[in-house]
Ligand binder design. Sequence first.
Ligand SMILES: *Cc1c(COP(=O)(O)O)cnc(C)c1O
Length: 293
Amino acid sequence: VRAFVEPHGAREALSVRDYRNQPHRADKAARPSNAKLPHETVVQYFVPSYSLYPVLADIHGTTKKPIRLHEDFGLPSVAELRRGEGWDFKAALTFVTTPNAPSGRGYSRADLEALCRAQQGVVVLDEAYVDFAPENSLELALKYPHVLVARTFSKAYSLCFQRVGYFVGHPELISALDKIRDSYNVNGLGQAAALATLDDLPYYRANFRKIIAVRDELTRQLAGLGFQVFPSHTNFILARPPRFSAKDWLQRLRERKVLVRWFDHAGVRDYLRITIGKADEAEALLRAVKRIL
Ligand SMILES: *Cc1c(COP(=O)(O)O)cnc(C)c1O
């Protein structure tokens, strides 16, 4: 966001404010969220997707443009985006979480390519979960000078405490990122851990296969118990539970020491997000579900 998007002005005003006499609980400064603002201030992303995009946009004082995915978390086509309202084909920055979180849905390279071709600003394809998907879109970052693919060691490679990730894309975009990079952005332990991880890729790839097998089996079993489960390309599934509300299920599973996620957000309130663990953990979940039913 800092590399590619201009703040819309409200932020500069903050930096020259006299802070001495402000109330302790200042109301959030009203932002002209729907005003027509120049494309260079716009950060655009689909919802639901990764919750950090709006946070980063707010930190930098940019215009947020959240655009709803389809009800089933499918990606709207370019034609639909043209017909609909709100989508900005000239947005300075567009984020696409692919595969999507929290739904687990994967998007095809062809659909993503059509979207990238229609955008004038920078497009970041956030592939945090791509190791659990049947295809990735790395070649789009190599083919189009305005497309970046973002990857992380935090998920599939289990290094979530080390904060190591990378971008692939045109040298000009990478050098823009390099300009705003902290001098000490990845610490030494993180670098050592990432290098050790890269030395042991067969171990991780075997893990991806195990997780995918447990995911697909759990999906089948839950569907057999009346859950509506979206086909997942990630290491979690999104499932609409039967009989009780999702919020109820969260509590009932918790009482049986099974922890899942429930998000009180539009579009996902009726679902549980279930992380895929080991086979015996999936079995424990299924036992708990059967007892609850
Ligand atoms: C976890 C995650 C990231 C980034 O994780 P880091 O730990 O900051 O590298 C990015 N995008 C999505 C969708 C994620 O889930």
